[in-house]
Design a protein around this ligand. Structure first.
Ligand SMILES: Cc1ncc(COP(=O)(O)O)c(C=O)c1O
Length: 408
């Protein structure tokens, strides 16, 4: 039987992360508060030269805290790009704000040329997402925000370690955030970091999530390693996983069903608990290795698809950018059929970033405030996109196997 290849499932956790989670399950006194939190925030600050850093239990919680810090009120408009996750839109809605959608460019980032026209007297901020680790035109956007006296929020959920003009993304916005979610650049199962660059903005103190919630997250790496991944080889095992996923046992879902309907669960808006900060610190040590490997893998894909009919979204030449390639998106006809054919080859590439302008695909677009036709390129791309994995668990042979299967 050929090796199972997957994109979204458990890409970052290695044996030492799994053992660390196991140890933390039995160290209940370390779950909530502890020195790991400050250590993580200071390490982030020093490693990237950021100003102030505040850890949260997810990117969603970071964004909630950010919107509080800029005092978003009912009716305030926040500009976002089409082709984003409902995890970005729901915090805006939860704070009473109105998302205003702008179409994207070929590289899946916001079209900076369309921002000025979308700014109104109600616009409070622009959220700029560096999609899949490819930096957006952040300097030009920063100038637009300054000229119009609105806040620039950088969504760096996909782009830890990426640079624009030799400067880390996250350091351009008034305020920025990273995600340390399951399938991000590094992962503490759930987690996030706010970076405050504009000293006038204040992040208020938040509560910790419950110990039960934290324990659920600690179980995730252990269960994936010893139960779900071994079972994934078998059809019945995959069915079992799908059932557990559907029921969201042990927090297998990163986005729960009610978020598709515009409702955020109450465990968001919370601080990072100490146990997850310890996991994040362990992963942060691997960042350079992970990102180096992601770039190598991207180069392999570029080479494989050079003279083929498969259209790569990103460019081989980065100019003033240093992308980190969280994923390697391609555009093809009929991605549904391709996904199903690849599954027969034990290659599982459905990452949820497809089909709709606000993903995952079951997201109620009306509830997100998105009107059909607002982002035409976003709608077109979402029907053709398939994102290939770039994580460090993949060998060169695996990349060749994916490329070959796609070309076939
Ligand atoms: C672009 C983007 N922004 C923000 C988030 C929210 O991050 P988190 O999953 O850590 O809440 C996500 C992930 O879901 C994302 O993909």
């Amino acid at each position: 039987m050929s090796k199972i290849i997957f994109s979204a499932l458990f890409p970052n956790f290695e044996k030492d992360d799994v053992f660390l989670s196991l140890k933390l399950i039995f160290s209940f006194w370390k779950w909530k508060n502890g020195p790991g939190i400050k250590e993580l925030e200071l390490t982030f600050q020093e490693k990237f030269g950021f100003n102030q850093c505040f850890s949260f239990n997810s990117g969603r919680s970071c964004l909630l805290a950010i919107l509080e810090s800029i005092n978003i009120k009912k009716g305030d408009e926040v500009i976002v790009q089409g082709f984003t996750c409902n995890a970005v839109i729901n915090p805006i809605i939860a704070k009473g704000g109105k998302p205003v959608f702008i179409d994207l460019k070929d590289n899946l980032n916001i079209d900076e040329k369309k921002i000025q026209a979308a700014i109104s007297s109600k616009t409070k901020a622009v959220i700029v997402q560096h999609t899949f680790g490819w930096p957006a035109e952040i300097k030009e956007i920063s100038d637009i925000c300054k000229d119009n006296n609105i806040y620039l929020i950088e969504d760096c959920a996909h782009s830890l370690g990426a640079k624009y003009d030799n400067q880390y993304v996250g350091s351009f916005g008034d305020i920025s955030f990273f995600s340390l979610g399951k399938d991000k650049i590094i992962s503490s199962v759930f987690g996030g970091m706010v970076i405050v660059n504009n000293q006038e903005l204040k992040i208020k103190e938040h509560d910790f999530p419950s110990n039960l919630w934290t324990l659920n997250q600690l179980f995730y790496p252990v269960l994936m390693e010893y139960l779900f991944l071994p079972l994934f080889k078998f059809r019945i095992g995959r069915l079992f996983y799908s059932l557990m996923f559907e029921l969201n046992i042990f927090s297998l879902r990163s986005v729960v069903k009610k978020e598709n309907q515009g409702i955020l669960p109450s465990y968001f808006g919370k601080r990072m608990p100490n146990a997850l900060a310890i996991l994040a610190l362990n992963q942060l040590r691997k960042l350079e290795r992970f990102n180096k490997r992601r770039k190598e893998i991207a180069q392999l894909y570029f080479k494989e698809f050079k003279n083929s009919s498969i259209k790569t979204v990103f460019n081989e030449y980065y100019e003033n950018k240093e992308p980190v390639f969280l994923k390697f998106p391609i555009l093809i006809n009929n991605p549904d059929k391709v996904l199903s054919d690849l599954r027969k080859d034990n290659i599982f590439l459905n990452d949820g970033w497809r089909e709709t302008v606000i993903v995952p695909p079951l997201t109620n677009q009306d509830k997100m405030g998105y009107k059909k036709g607002e982002c035409l390129l976003g709608e077109k791309i979402s029907k053709q996109i398939l994102s290939l994995p770039t994580h460090a668990k993949l060998s060169n042979k695996d990349i060749k196997r994916i490329a070959l299967a796609l070309k076939k």
